[in-house]
Write a protein that binds this ligand. Structure first.
Ligand code: 4AD
Ligand code: MG
Length: 428
C-alpha cells in the first residue's frame, strides 16, 4: 500500500510503500539510514543487510541526495525519539540524482535565489510555503464563511489606481495596458450587485525600492463592504487577523518548530489591537527619535521603531490627504486628513494592511481625479458607483507575503513566495 509520510503514524507495524526524495544518506557497515521527504513530511528508513539481503543493500548504496526512491518496509516507532520510521524490505530506484547544487553548507542569497526551484525543497523553505498555504486557506475560509462573494478582478487594466509612479506598462495590441496595482476599483462597482465582496490575486508594482518589504509581484486579498465606514473595516481587519492567527497557531506547530519561530508574540496578538491616529503616531515617533514631520508618509524605519514599542498590531488611522490615493473619503471633522487606515504588524514588521473609507460623492471624486492629474474619461465607469445608488463603503487590502513574513518572522519577503519577483530578479 502506498502511503504518505505524514500518514505513517496510522500504519504502525504494517507494510507500506512511501515515494519521495532522499535528503540524507548515512552508511555504516551492515546498516544504512536513508532520510526521505515526500512533501507531506520527513522520515528515516533503516536498511539492514540482514533484512534486505546483499543485492538490495548494494543497490541502496548508490542513492545520492535528492534521488527519487520508492521504499517498502514495516512502520515502526523509534523508541528514542518516538518518530515513525520504516524498516526497509525493498526499494525501487526511480531516479539517481546528479550532484545536487543546494547542500547543507552555507550558500549566499544570490546563489539560493538563482536555484529557487531547487531551494524550496529544503526544510525551512518547505515550512514557510506550508504556512503560506495555511494562511491562504484561512483567508478564503474567513471571507467565504462571512457571506462575501469572490469577484475576480482583471490583471490587465487601462488606468492607474495607486499612483502612476509604479505602473508596469504592457503592449496591448495598438494600445497600452498596465498590470493591476489593486483590484479595489473593480470591487467597488460589484458592491451594488453583491453587498460584500473580495478579490484575491496577483498584484503588480514596479517598485524601484530594494527593501525587505517589497516585491514587484505579490498577492493581495481585498475585501470591500457596502454601507460600511472606517470603523467597520478597522474592526474587520482585527477579526480577520485574529482568525488567521488562530488557524496557524492550531495547525502549523511543526512548521514553526522548523522555523524556530517563538509563537508567544503571535498569541499576544489575539488581544485587541492598539489604535492611534496618524497625528498621534507622528508625535510618538518624534518622541522615539524619528525626524518625521506631519504630512509625510512613514518610512520603513518609522514603522520598524513604532511597531517595536507594542506587542499588538497597531491600527493607524486618519492620514494626511497629501500622500494618499485619490479615492479616500475626507474626515468630516478635519478636511486635512482622510479616512484611511494601515495595520502595522509588531516585531518591527510594519504595514501589512492598507485601506479605508471611499469617497461617496461624485463631485468630490471628480475634483480629486483632477487634483491627482488623472484623466477623468478613464474613470467614468468608476464614477458610476457614485451616480447610481451611491453609499458609504470601505475596504482594505492585505499583502499576503508581508503577512507570511511577519507570522514566520522572516528577514525578507523574498522567502514567502515560491518564485519571487523583485527589482533585480525575474528568474527562475
Ligand atoms: O496600501 P496599499 O497600496 O493599498 C491598496 O492597494 C488598496 N487599494 C487596498 C484596498 O484598500 N483595497 O497595498 C495594500 C497592501 C499593503 O499594506 C502591503 O501589505 C501590500 O499590499 N503591498 C505590498 N506587498 C509586497 N510588495 C509590495 N511592493 C507591496 N505593495 C503593497
Ligand atoms: Mg499602503
Amino acid at each position: 500500500m502506498i502511503v504518505s509520510i505524514s500518514a505513517l503514524k496510522d500504519h504502525l507495524d504494517q507494510e507500506v510503500t512511501i515515494r519521495g526524495w532522499t535528503t540524507h544518506h548515512r552508511k555504516s557497515g551492515k546498516i544504512q539510514f536513508l532520510n526521505m521527504r515526500d512533501g507531506s513530511g520527513y522520515t528515516q528508513c533503516v536498511i539492514a543487510i540482514q533484512d534486505v539481503g546483499e543485492a538490495i543493500f548494494e543497490k541502496a548504496k548508490t542513492i545520492t541526495q535528492e534521488s527519487a526512491v520508492a521504499v517498502t518496509g514495516t512502520v515502526s516507532q523509534n523508541p528514542r525519539n518516538q518518530q515513525f520510521e520504516l524498516v526497509v524490505k525493498d526499494l525501487e530506484l526511480i531516479h539517481i540524482a546528479e550532484p545536487f547544487p543546494v547542500t547543507n553548507k552555507e550558500h549566499g542569497t544570490e546563489f539560493l535565489m538563482d536555484h529557487r526551484h531547487l531551494w524550496f525543497r529544503s526544510k525551512r523553505q518547505w515550512a514557510i510555503l506550508r504556512v503560506r498555504h495555511r494562511i491562504v486557506r484561512a483567508i478564503r475560509d474567513f471571507f467565504d464563511s462571512h457571506a462575501y462573494t469572490l469577484i475576480d478582478t482583471p490583471i490587465l487594466t487601462p488606468t492607474a489606481a495607486e499612483g502612476t509612479s509604479n505602473l508596469f506598462k504592457v503592449d496591448y495590441f495598438e494600445d497600452t495596458a498596465y498590470l493591476a496595482q489593486t483590484g479595489q476599483l473593480y470591487l467597488e462597482p460589484a458592491l451594488a450587485a453583491f453587498g460584500k465582496v473580495y478579490c484575491f490575486g496577483p498584484t503588480f508594482r514596479a517598485e524601484k525600492s530594494k527593501t525587505r518589504r517589497h516585491l514587484t509581484e505579490f498577492w493581495m486579498v481585498e475585501p470591500e463592504i457596502a454601507f460600511a465606514h472606517l470603523e467597520d473595516i478597522m474592526q474587520l481587519s482585527q477579526s480577520f487577523i485574529h482568525y488567521i492567527l488562530e488557524c496557524v497557531l492550531a495547525d502549523c506547530q511543526m512548521e514553526f518548530e522548523v522555523l524556530e519561530r517563538d509563537t508567544e508574540p503571535l498569541k499576544k496578538c489575539l488581544q485587541p489591537f492598539i489604535r492611534m491616529s496618524y497625528t498621534e503616531a507622528v508625535e510618538k515617533l518624534r518622541a522615539l527619535g524619528s525626524d518625521i514631520t506631519w504630512g509625510t508618509d512613514f518610512g520603513g524605519d518609522d514603522e520598524t521603531i513604532l511597531t517595536q514599542e507594542y506587542e499588538q498590531p497597531i491600527l493607524v488611522h486618519r492620514f494626511p490627504k497629501t500622500f494618499k490615493a485619490f479615492y479616500f473619503e475626507p474626515d468630516p471633522d478635519n478636511h486635512e486628513v482622510v479616512l484611511g487606515m494601515d495595520l502595522l504588524a509588531p516585531e518591527g514588521y510594519g504595514e501589512v494592511i492598507g485601506g479605508g473609507e471611499r469617497a461617496s460623492s461624485v463631485d468630490f471624486l471628480i475634483e480629486q481625479i483632477a487634483k491627482h492629474e488623472l484623466n477623468q474619461e478613464h474613470y467614468e465607469w468608476y464614477l458610476d458607483v457614485r451616480r447610481y445608488g451611491s453609499m458609504p463603503h470601505a475596504g482594505f487590502g492585505m499583502g499576503l507575503e508581508r503577512a507570511v513574513a511577519w507570522i514566520c518572522k522572516l528577514p525578507h519577503v523574498r522567502e514567502t513566495i515560491p518564485y519571487p519577483r523583485m527589482l533585480y530578479r525575474l528568474k527562475p
